[in-house]
Design a binder for this molecule. Sequence first.
Ligand code: ADP
Length: 512
Amino acid sequence: MNPQAVLKSNFGYDAFRPGQERAINAVLDHQNVLAVMPTGGGKSLCYQIPALMQAGLTLVISPLISLMKDQVDALAANGIDATFINSSLDYAEINERFSQARQGAVKLLYISPERLDSEYFDRLAELPIDLIAIDEAHCISQWGHDFRPSYLKLTDIIHHLPTRPTIIALTATATPRVAEDIKQRLAIQQEVQTGFARPNLSFKVVKDQDSDRFLIDYLKLNPDQSGIIYASTVKEVERLHRLLTKKHFQVAMYHGQLSKEERRQNQDDFLYDRVLVMIATNAFGMGIDKSNVRFVIHDQIPGSIESYYQEAGRAGRDGLPSEAILLYKLRDVQIQHYYIEQSERDEASMTMEYQKLQAMSQYGNTQKCLQRYILNYFNEDAPDCGQCSNCLDTRALQDVTIEAQQVLSCIRRMGERFGKEMVALVLTGSKNQRVKQLHYEKLSTYGLMQQRTKKSVTELIDFLTAAGYIAPDGGQFPVLKITEEGLRVLLGQQKVARKVALKANKSLPEND
Ligand code: ADP
């Protein structure tokens, strides 16, 4: 049988999704391959089909313990023998399953990375493994957003297996750097990348609005739809849960401080549509395969574009129109800052986390197409999506070239050595002690924007940063540097346009 025939006979599908066939053919050709496909893109079939077409065993390494049983059951429903080994089993059961695998009674063996320790190495070495599938492969990279030390053991184990299996690594979120890292660690030469774009998702950034009000109105307007509301802290999840329950919405919650039973119960309530809306921290959702999620709202900004896209991507797995909304507030960026500050990492990886957060924060400030912004982050380009809140922003563009030049010129005169707070202080003509000490009140740009508030100047700087005229340099307290494009603006070779809300006409009654 060929892959196409297996697709039809074992899984009942008529056609491959983008990338699947290429990945399967590479594996059947004994080439190691990295498959980068969006959530819901159909990564599992890339190893399940070869598993059925090869004589030996396929070992699937997956960190999603809670899902292993579901996956094995789903395979069984298609008449495919599979089993799993993870920490939910006792020693006797683990032994029994290893024996089954050794005797060829199963085609796929799912195992969690934590079980790959030396204790079981001899047992693994006895198995007729001809393919190793590594799910959530970004966990192997320290540049990734979800690094797991247990994944590092993989390289060693693979090298020592007598059967020299082929390797397929799979992930939905890999920046070029992470992809390179995965390939290098696992000796992979081939990469199958399918587009990251999620055309059925409408991205939206809602800025400087009362989030509680927004959520209440949104749920009222979408009463029959299933969705997830993400927050950064347990406290905020609980607060929202209380608030929305009080407003008579049926909501469940999920976070790391609930008991295992409560989490299981709440997750099932959501998966089986007994409760439509889940309020959760990022502990919820990895590997959740609920197809009819119509919206994912981030009540608070997450720490990176990788996390955001992965979480937002849980909307619309069935391909139907769905929304991904970020409620952007500056103070939530500070919460993420705090997390990084508290994390016990080395200097270099902290700097990297701060930079990831900056890219995420710029998502909240960009006026470019939001889907495109995300794709660009992953080194992919696409036309404007035409349906995100920026593409649909009908406010008129205003020429802000002069203001942009004022900001850029001030940054330059301050030697490109300061962050946006300090630049804003100088531009607004602040009497701040530090400004005086540095004699910056003598700069020609001092007080150039004194008619504006400091907040509006920092917002302008954020806009210019997100638009690529300024590049923040450094981790926790980045200094502002002028980019090449910024230089062109400064030299009068390029104009800058910004969509700005028109000032409300005071003669109109309020709320009109
Ligand atoms: P991923 O792991 O990439 O997020 P899955 O492997 O869980 O995605 O696949 C998502 C859904 O798409 C599953 O329900 C799967 O059965 C379905 N699917 C995968 N490939 C195809 C295909 N070629 N045609 C139709 N449905 C598919």
